[in-house]
Design a protein around this ligand. Structure first.
Ligand SMILES: [Zn+2]
Length: 360
């Protein structure tokens, strides 16, 4: 069997109910208008004030103020430079934190989960149940503990964490020493349920016991609850550890380096690489180098599969990979849910892609 690394981008979370990048801040604005910000109104107001200042700048420079990634980067840069229009002093100091709160709250309020009928666990989405089925199948054929598959994600939300728990698959975020007997789940940009240690400098604690709220329609919103995690024997800071998706992450995210090292190692040993719902934004030089450094090994990549409904993504990835694996490159222009059907060999999709071999 092959060693498989699955890399999941925003497309996987959209399938579980998260807003897409280009709608994200509109959805945040709606939450503010509806008084549904979980007590973070001041943070929402400050972020929208900053965005309106960016609109004014727009006359001079082309910033896409509706795209979350660009807004995140512009705000981080403004904080470092100490300039953001007329936002200064205390407001400027808390702008970056406020944006993180807006992102976390928006994800928490919009991603809704059902309770399983049999017990009180949160139910995974259909597509994520298929992901879990796929992982189980890959591991069943795995006779050597070393040939373990791995899931890497850029997403902050809890949809896949909930799916692991729902299927009772033990997993590790690889935040500290790695436990080789449980499934590695690497969240490269942080997670809603991670909090920084109050004692040691780079420690991060995580929790899987989240607070939440059951809505009138019976659905449930899960809150990351980072303040209930612990590290060095103490509760962690009640602020989710998430980093911006673009250029500045190397500097701001020393605590995440264990995870990135592990991701590079996983990539270097991967025989099948499958990247789903990640559109590889031009600004993401990080992924380019992670991939380059990680794939600098003797392991032969047998398959390199990209799944994305946006067909313009194909060329970006073709340009990323070396000539040696061009022939192993497969592009499937489908969404996460359909890709999970295809990877699992579901008839509906295998008919559409008769040449595609389901994962073995
Ligand atoms: Zn600590």
């Amino acid at each position: 069997m092959a060693r498989t690394v699955l890399i999941l981008g925003a497309g996987a979370s959209v399938d579980a109910g998260a807003p897409v990048m280009n709608d994200f801040l509109d959805v945040s604005q709606e939450l503010l208008d509806n008084n549904d910000c979980d007590g973070n109104e001041e943070d929402f107001e400050l972020v929208f004030k900053a965005i309106s200042r960016m609109r004014q700048l727009h006359e001079k420079v082309n910033i896409n103020v509706i795209n979350l990634e660009e807004v995140f980067s512009a705000i981080e840069m403004g904080v470092i430079l100490g300039r953001f229009g007329d936002i200064e002093g205390d407001e400027l100091a808390r702008l970056s934190k406020s944006l993180k709160r807006v992102i976390c709250t928006t994800l928490e309020r919009t991603m809704k989960f059902e309770f399983a009928k049999s017990d009180d666990r949160l139910q995974a989405t259909e597509a994520n149940l298929r992901l879990m089925g796929l992982l189980k199948r890959l591991e069943e054929k795995n006779t050597s503990k070393k040939l373990r598959s791995c899931v890497i994600t850029f997403n902050y939300d809890l949809a896949i964490d909930i799916a692991f728990m729902f299927r009772k698959i033990d997993f590790t975020y690889c935040l500290d020493e790695t436990n080789e007997t449980v499934y590695p789940f690497l969240k490269l940009h942080g997670s809603l349920n991670w909090g920084k240690c109050r004692v040691c400098e780079d420690g991060i604690g995580s929790t899987t016991i989240w607070e939440g709220q059951t809505n009138k329609d019976g659905s449930h919103c899960a809150k990351g609850s980072p303040g209930t995690a612990s590290h060095c024997g103490q509760l962690t800071i009640n602020e989710s550890v998430i980093v911006s998706p673009t250029w500045n992450k190397l500097q701001q995210a020393r605590p995440l380096r264990n995870i990135w090292r592990r991701a590079a190692q996983e990539l270097s040993e991967a025989q099948e690489i499958i990247i789903i719902g990640y559109s590889f934004p031009d600004a993401d030089i990080f992924f380019k180098f992670l991939y380059a450094l990680g794939s600098d090994s003797n392991t032969r990549v047998r398959r390199f599969i990209i799944g994305n409904p946006d067909e313009s993504v194909e060329e970006k990835f073709r340009n990323l990979i070396g000539s040696g694996i061009q022939q192993r490159f497969e592009f499937i222009p489908e969404r996460y849910n359909e890709l999970m059907l295809l990877l699992n060999g579901h008839q509906k999709m295998t008919k559409k892609y008769p040449k595609f071999r389901p994962l073995t």
